[in-house]
Design a protein. Structure first.
Length: 178
């Protein structure tokens, strides 16, 4: 959820204009229920990337407010391959389940969910609290951001966890199910 993703010149057309509102609702609900909130920041090591530390695009979007229980920095797709060690922190704090949201649906979010599931965490993926961008395909065409999100949902649901809406995740949390 970094400012570089607000620049359409960076990655192109995005989907899901409600992503930020849904992420904010999830953060608020988790905090209201006293559940841990982890922020993940991509600190790119690529020359010229707007996600490099010190660049304006590296900062969190305004929707990411307050202090997290943990801040993970990474330079690859999975939050489980960053610093500090997310898996160790989750296990130390007896966290068994994770809800993934953020940017990009089919990249960092999907990779984090897959790795988390493979490590044995109960994974939920708030599909409407993510967004992605149109992607060129190998044949010179374009795969729409909506199609990429649909495929991510199909990839994850059942094999790697549950795909839910932000509203479903909040309702389950408040009911003590999540």
């Amino acid at each position: 959820m970094q400012k570089a993703f607000e620049d359409s010149a960076f990655l192109g057309l995005r989907n899901n204009p409600d992503c930020e509102r849904n992420v904010s609702a999830l953060i608020d609900a988790w905090r209201e229920q006293g559940q841990p909130v982890v922020f993940v920041r991509h600190d790119s090591s690529e020359e010229g990337s707007p996600l490099q530390p010190g660049c304006p695009g590296n900062a969190f979007k305004d929707v990411i407010e307050g202090e997290p229980d943990l801040l993970v920095t990474k330079n690859v797709n999975s939050a489980f391959h960053g610093e500090p060690d997310l898996e160790r922190w989750l296990r130390t704090n007896e966290v068994e389940g994770i809800l993934v949201c953020g940017i990009q649906t089919n990249m960092c979010c999907e990779t984090t969910a897959r790795v988390g599931a493979n490590l044995g965490f109960e994974m939920s993926f708030a599909i409407d609290a993510t967004h992605t961008f149109d992607l060129p395909d190998r044949d010179g065409g374009t795969i729409s951001a909506d199609e990429l999100a649909r495929v991510t949902a199909a990839n994850l649901d059942f094999d790697f966890g549950r795909v839910v809406s932000a509203a479903e995740a909040v309702a389950e949390l408040r009911a003590g199910v999540a």
